[in-house]
Design a protein around this ligand. Structure first.
Ligand SMILES: [Mg+2]
Length: 286
């Protein structure tokens, strides 16, 4: 299996415990606002805390770095609840390569899968490339540890970025060829970033980490709820379904993205999008 390092620790194993629901959230656009990059719906904290206090597991599953989740969400939860309650919380970052559980003291215990990290040599080459040729429009995100994100500069122009990105992709292709990365790494583009990640990471891997953590704690859930605002978030629910669990997917992005998706579980689209949609669903489904 994969090599793990960092502050691994044994989570408290409970006697087999069954809970009614388990909750798995994408972060950006689901909990935090996609533009303002923070939680705008104060009620979300209350909803998450009520579930943690009831002993229900809550997890975040993001492509962002762990620091983002910590600062924007977990630190805010800590201001509002007893730190012991965080033992029911789990966080997956960087598309499944990095994850964290929390001890009774509220401190984060982090694990990283080194075997699926993008090699240092690639990071160095891409960092230099972006600095020398594309710094007027994008930057190399130094907060990522296992993958590479080249993001549009703050307040950048989307159109300019998309033109420059074509040029960047050509240069990345050359680097991939030179370093023999095809089959090991892939490029994943979003509106505001270009990611280079190892083959195998993704929202499905994050969902697997969550299931493994639950198993290690002896917790089973009657039902799982997954929340996302991008089509790629569907992979969370697909993975949980594939592993034989009862799951519902709550989609709070542009519903055109999921219309017609053939999946073996229920997909619910609340009227409101982003944090508002998440909040209204949680209020109505205790
Ligand atoms: Mg999102």
């Amino acid at each position: 299996m994969s090599k793990k390092s960092g502050q691994d620790f044994e989570p408290p194993k409970e006697a087999e415990k069954q809970v009614k629901n388990a909750w798995l959230f994408d972060v950006d656009g689901v909990i935090t606002d996609p533009q303002e990059k923070k939680v705008l719906e104060e009620g979300l904290f209350e909803q998450i805390i009520s579930r943690l206090e009831a002993g229900e597991p809550v997890a975040f599953n993001t492509g962002r770095d762990l620091g983002f989740v910590q600062e924007k969400v977990i630190d805010e939860l800590l201001k509002r609840t007893d730190k012991k309650k965080l033992q029911n919380l789990f966080a997956v970052a960087e598309k499944g390569a990095l994850w964290a559980a929390f001890g009774p003291d509220g401190r984060e215990k982090e694990s990283i899968d080194e075997s699926i990290s993008v090699p240092e040599e690639v990071k160095n080459r891409v960092r230099d490339l972006v600095k020398q040729k594309f710094s007027d429009c994008m930057f190399y995100d130094e907060t990522k540890r296992t993958m590479i994100s080249i993001e549009m500069n703050h307040n950048g122009d989307l159109e300019e970025f998309s033109v420059k990105r074509e040029e960047l992709l050509e240069d990345l292709k050359d680097i991939f060829q030179e370093l023999g990365l095809d089959g090991r790494c892939i490029i994943d583009s979003t509106i505001i970033s270009t990611d280079i990640q190892s083959v195998g990471v993704g929202k499905n891997l994050g969902a697997t980490r969550f299931l493994e953590w639950l198993e290690s704690r002896g917790i089973t859930a009657e039902k799982f709820f997954c929340f996302g605002d991008s089509k790629s978030d569907l992979a969370m629910a697909e993975e949980i379904h594939r592993q034989g669990e009862d799951v519902e997917f709550v989609f709070i992005g542009d519903r055109k993205c999921v219309v017609g998706s053939r999946v073996g579980f229920e997909v619910i689209c609340p009227e409101d999008r982003h944090g508002k949609g998440t909040l209204s669903f949680l209020k109505n489904n205790k």
